[in-house]
Structure formats: structure tokens, C-alpha cells
Ligand binder design. Structure first.
Ligand code: CTP
Length: 401
């Protein structure tokens, strides 16, 4: 799905043999009507010539911080202001390391630190370097900062062996970037509320009733939504998860009641609400102020029902709001899920069947079936929760926005 609106793209080139493929990448962007400027490192210039880059991009290249092309212009700032996106291809371990650690010692590294727009990074390096712990740590750091990595492929490397490290093909890089802008247009500015994790219902100052939810499914959905340009409020129960996209506003809650209050408050203005949290259905009738001492052989604890947040959201749903729920089932999965879809007035319900291996709380993978109110059904494969989040959003996007 190529993006129609012309974008201003900066292509950053560093010193790797894949630099020759950047010429094709420039050509692809130009051919599709986008504007391109090239920022290249000194080592990058060992592989491609300024003349080729300038002819293809139809713009002067920027490589040296200290030559003056335009009077009174600080080029790494003006380039950053100009661009809609930055694409570093090929990206060596060196530029990834510099960017991840805040080092700005040439034109490209300075530009990256000044960048306020989406940054795409297509690494290209030897497999041993790519797998090196420091490089992987730097990649993780940049992902946390919101950079988009276009994974290198397995193929013949400059050293002659076949392994992972080869820069992704220019056609694919072009597709990822243009697809990003096309999708962003649809999700951009949309207000989303996502709930995640378990709730803890206190019994006394030291005990609670909880469940095994890790929060990963909700966090993955929140991250994917914010990557696509939505404004996300993530309301989460207790979880060890930290790495959320910088555009996510996170609200921590503990009990079902706290989750109810926060969700109803923020759902008022939301375009899409996804209840991925495993909310407790029952909570202790009273919370003891002191630790309950052990007495008899058995202990009966009176519990009362919590409010079904999703049901309340369904009642309050406005015409343009999209409401998505989850159903965790161990038997009569489809029947139960469809009943929840109807009862809670949802647009979509995502069914997790605990019968599928690799699915549910304990796993980083999940296998879901999404039922839409209009009767459409999407059956997913068992994938990482990040990939499942992508699938779920695609289903919603296709039939709703
Ligand atoms: N949910 C909710 N508030 C609750 C309980 C559940 O909003 N108090 C939401 C969950 O976030 C999920 C959906 O309802 O999106 C379905 O949760 P699930 O536990 O599968 O079903 P319940 O409706 O609680 O019914 P049951 O436990 O009987 O299957």
C-alpha cells in the first residue's frame, strides 16, 4: 500500500559495501515523487561518489559539518527540521553505537541526535558484529527510543560467508517507509486507551488475589498503536514490564476498582479502547486492616463481584468509538466469545484459547481468533505477542478505519 503524499526523506549513508544499494533506494524514493537529501559519513564516501548521490537525489549532499553551503545555517538542525523521516541505510555498528550513546562527532551522528522525526535504521555488518552483545544492546536502546529497525537478512556477506547481516534490499526498505506513512495517516492522531496486566485485590496488608497475566499482550498493542501514530493511554495493573514507546502515557493501577475509574475517565475521548487486562471478577468483601492470623483448617473468604469494565464501556459507547475485548476461555471457546461480543456491545473480541499450546499468560507467544461484530472472523497463527498485536490492529484497521 504505497503512500501517495510526497514526503521529505533524508537518507543517511555510512561506510559499508551496501552503500551502493543506497543509490537504488534514493532512486526509488525520487521515482515515487518524494524529495531526498543525502547525509553521508566520511567512510560512506569511500563507497559511493558525491556526484552519483547528487544527481540521483537532485540535492547537494551533506557530509562535513564545517563547510558552509548556506550562510548562517546550522545544517544538522535545518536538515532535521526539513525531513519527514530519516532512513539510515546502510547503518554500521559504529553509527548505531554513536546514536544509542548520544555521540555526535560528524554530520550524520549530529543530525540523528537532532532528529525529531521517525528514524528508520537498516543495519549492515558482519554477523559476528551484528550478534555482538554491545551492538544488540545499542539496537534495543534505540528501539526503546522509538527508532524503527529494518532487520538485516541472511545472505552472502562481504567476508564471503552466508549469514545474517546483509542489508535488507532497497525495495523492501522503501516499502517499509512508505507503508509507515500510509498507515500513519490512518492511525495518526487517533486516541487509544489500552488496558493491560492483572489486577490485585487486597485481602489484608500482606495478601491479595491476583492472576498470572504478564501484561505483554496489552503492552505490545499499546506500543504498536503508538508506533503507528496514535496517542495511547496505557492503563496497567502490576507488571514488571517497562519498555514502552515514548509516546505512551502510562497509568499504573492496582485494583479492578482503580482500573474501572481510570478507564471510564479516559475512554470518554477515545476513538479506540482495547481491554486486554485480566481484571479480577471478584474482590474480597472487606479488606482487613491488620494481617489475618491463621486459625482453623479452612478459611472462607467472602468475595463480591467487581464491575465489568467492558460492559460499562459498551453501555457508554459513542457512535464512532471502537471497542475491543478479549476472551480467555478453556471450553466452548467460540460460543462464549461470541456471547461476550454481543453482551458487552463490542466491535471486536479477541479469543485466546488456553487449549492452544503457546497461548495465554505464561507465554511470549499467542494464538488468537478475532471475531468482528459484522461477522468477519480472523484466525491467526501462533506468533510472538508483538506480531499478534500487529495482526489484531490490521484486522481492526481493515474493517473500521
Ligand atoms: N473484563 C472487564 N472487567 C471485568 C472482567 C473482565 O472489563 N471485571 C474484560 C476483560 O478485560 C476482557 C473481557 O472483559 O476484555 C473478557 O474477560 P474474561 O475474563 O474472558 O471474561 P468475563 O467477562 O470476566 O467472564 P468469565 O470470567 O465468566 O469468562
Amino acid at each position: 500500500m504505497p503512500c501517495q503524499a510526497p514526503q521529505k526523506i533524508i537518507i543517511g549513508i555510512t561506510g559499508g559495501i551496501a552503500a551502493y544499494k543506497s543509490l537504488t533506494l534514493i532512486r526509488l524514493f525520487r521515482k515515487a515523487g518524494h524529495e531526498v537529501k543525502v547525509v553521508i559519513t566520511k567512510n560512506g564516501l569511500q563507497f559511493v561518489t558525491p556526484l552519483s548521490l547528487e544527481i540521483l537525489s537532485q540535492n547537494p549532499i551533506y557530509s562535513d559539518c564545517f563547510t558552509r553551503n548556506e550562510p548562517y545555517c546550522i545544517e544538522h538542525i535545518s536538515h532535521s527540521d526539513w525531513a519527514d523521516a530519516l532512513v539510515v541505510a546502510p547503518a554500521t555498528a559504529n553509527i548505531i553505537g554513536k546514536f544509542a550513546n548520544g555521540i555526535a562527532d560528524d554530520a550524520l551522528s549530529s543530525l540523528l541526535l537532532a532528529a525529531k522525526k521517525p528514524v528508520f535504521i537498516a543495519p549492515a555488518m558482519n554477523v559476528t558484529m551484528y550478534e555482538n552483545e554491545s551492538v544488540q544492546r545499542n539496537i534495543e536502546q534505540l528501539k526503546k527510543q522509538g527508532c524503527y529497525f529494518i532487520e538485516p537478512q541472511v545472505g552472502e556477506l562481504a567476508c564471503g560467508i552466508s549469514a545474517k547481516g546483509r542489508m535488507e534490499e532497497p525495495e523492501k526498505i522503501f516499502e517499509v517507509v512508505t507503508q509507515f506513512f500510509a498507515e500513519k495517516k490512518k492511525w495518526f492522531g487517533k486516541k487509544a486507551v489500552v488496558t493491560a496486566g492483572p489486577t490485585y485485590e487486597p485481602i489484608d496488608p500482606v495478601r491479595f488475589i491476583g492472576n498470572h497475566s504478564s501484561g505483554l499482550m496489552g503492552f505490545s498493542l499499546a506500543e504498536k498503536l503508538s508506533e503507528k501514530g496514535a496517542e495511547v493511554i496505557l492503563i496497567t495493573g502490576p507488571t514488571a514490564l517497562l519498555n514502552t514507546h515514548k509516546n505512551i502515557q502510562r497509568i499504573d493501577v492496582v485494583t479492578a476498582k482503580e482500573m474501572l475509574v481510570q478507564t471510564l475517565l479516559h475512554a470518554k475521548n477515545a476513538d479506540i479502547i482495547i481491554m486486554a487486562a485480566a481484571v479480577a471478577d471478584y474482590t474480597p468483601k472487606t479488606v482487613a486492616s491488620e494481617k489475618i492470623k491463621k486459625k482453623n483448617e479452612t478459611w472462607e473468604l467472602p468475595l463480591i463481584k467487581t464491575t465489568d469494565i467492558l460492559y460499562e464501556l459498551g453501555k457508554r459507547k459513542t457512535k464512532n468509538q471502537c471497542l475491543v475485548g478479549f476472551a480467555l476461555e478453556t471450553e466452548n471457546e467460540v460460543e462464549n466469545a461470541l456471547q461476550k461480543l454481543k453482551q458487552k456491545k463490542l466491535d471486536f473480541i479477541v479469543l485466546n484459547s488456553l487449549k492452544n499450546s503457546g497461548s495465554g499468560f505464561k507465554y511470549n507467544t499467542n494464538q488468537v481468533t478475532v471475531f468482528a461484530q459484522n461477522g468477519a472472523v480472523f484466525v491467526g497463527k501462533c506468533k510472538s505477542k508483538t506480531e499478534v498485536a500487529e495482526d489484531i490492529l490490521e484486522v481492526i484497521l481493515d474493517s473500521r478505519f
